[in-house]
Design a protein around this ligand. Structure first.
Ligand code: ADP
Ligand code: MG
Length: 288
């Protein structure tokens, strides 16, 4: 097990003959951010506010990426641009080589709030995307049963969200997204509010599910332990303006035993190094 420099490995299509302006072509399989900035004009102000600046990032398909950094450093903005809900003020975001110009239907987005519908049972919540797609009742029932089994919620089909614990609601949110098999999962601080024990359980379960089909995952967290345990690569954000300040490849072997990894000297080393970088990014931001 070792921690190394960012991977140089890249899979690109051959440059198109008419490739404009010297930018490298986007990844054929994966996400590419090219010189991406996003500015907002806030209420009561005429000055644009820069949420993220000059993001250049390539994420190969199938990688588990953790985004970490202080509040307000643009992490959610980056997810929103990946989902096609926000569009860059400058630069471009590409998915599998094509620029994202509308809502990106190839991603599943798990936001921090669980957004379960209070008046629907667990199975009705989990099946909502299939209902919208017009999938028939019996196929829906089979797929709901399968995904509830995957996330450990079999037996709670008829429960309402208010009858579920915090951890069960998180599982339900995950099931509601996994059921339509998005190629890419965007997860914004999904385990943020949970106690340590529950969080550890859900981290292990998420990795077990991810091992089965290795979707691309962009996972925002403010928990450095969590980032190191889960990620193939950690992208560290800084503030003022929001931007990427560091990238770190994490090469603990998979499948990972999270308890074992946490006790290794490598874990402690990478933790300390990243902690210093995060703190420095924050102080630099505060000073500017
Ligand atoms: P993070 O997720 O790292 O906490 P965000 O991406 O949510 O950061 O936000 C980055 C900055 O952009 C924040 O200062 C936030 O207030 C601002 N911002 C985000 N979305 C909007 C919006 N829709 N309108 C105005 N400002 C926004
Ligand atoms: Mg956020």
């Amino acid at each position: 097990m070792s921690i190394g420099a960012p991977s140089a490995e890249r899979r690109r299509p051959a440059p198109a003959a008419n490739q404009a302006s010297g930018a490298a072509p986007p990844l054929a399989r994966g996400l590419t951010f090219q010189n991406v900035s996003k500015a907002f004009v806030r209420r009561g102000s005429t000055e644009p506010f820069i949420a993220v600046r000059d993001v250049n990032l390539e994420i190969e398909s199938g990688r588990f990426i953790c985004l970490i950094g202080p509040s307000g450093s643009g992490k959610s903005t980056l997810l929103n641009m990946t989902a096609g809900l926000f569009h860059p003020s400058r630069g471009k975001v590409f998915y599998d080589g094509a620029e994202i110009t509308g809502v990106n239907t190839r991603v599943g987005y798990i936001t921090q709030a669980d957004n379960l519908l209070a008046w629907r049972t667990l199975e009705e919540n989990v099946g909502v995307a299939l209902e919208i797609q017009g999938v028939g009742k019996s196929e829906r029932r089979d797929r709901i049963a399968k995904v509830l089994d995957q996330v450990g919620l079999t037996g709670f089909e008829k429960s309402y969200p208010s009858q579920l614990s915090g951890g069960m609601r998180k599982r339900a949110t995950l099931a509601r997204t996994l059921i339509y098999s998005p190629e890419t999962l965007l997860m914004d601080e999904p385990f943020g509010a949970l106690d340590a024990m529950l969080k550890s359980q859900l981290q292990a379960e998420l990795l077990r599910l991810w091992e089965a089909d290795r979707k691309t995952v962009l996972f925002v967290t403010h928990d450095l332990d969590e980032a190191i345990l889960l990620a193939d690569e950690i992208v560290v954000f800084g503030t003022n303006p929001g931007r990427i300040v560091h990238r770190e490849t994490v090469t603990f072997e998979r499948p990972r035993d999270l308890v074992e990894i946490r006790n290794t000297p490598e874990f402690a080393q990478v933790w300390q190094r990243l902690w210093n970088i995060i703190e420095l990014g924050q102080r630099k931001g505060d000073a500017s």
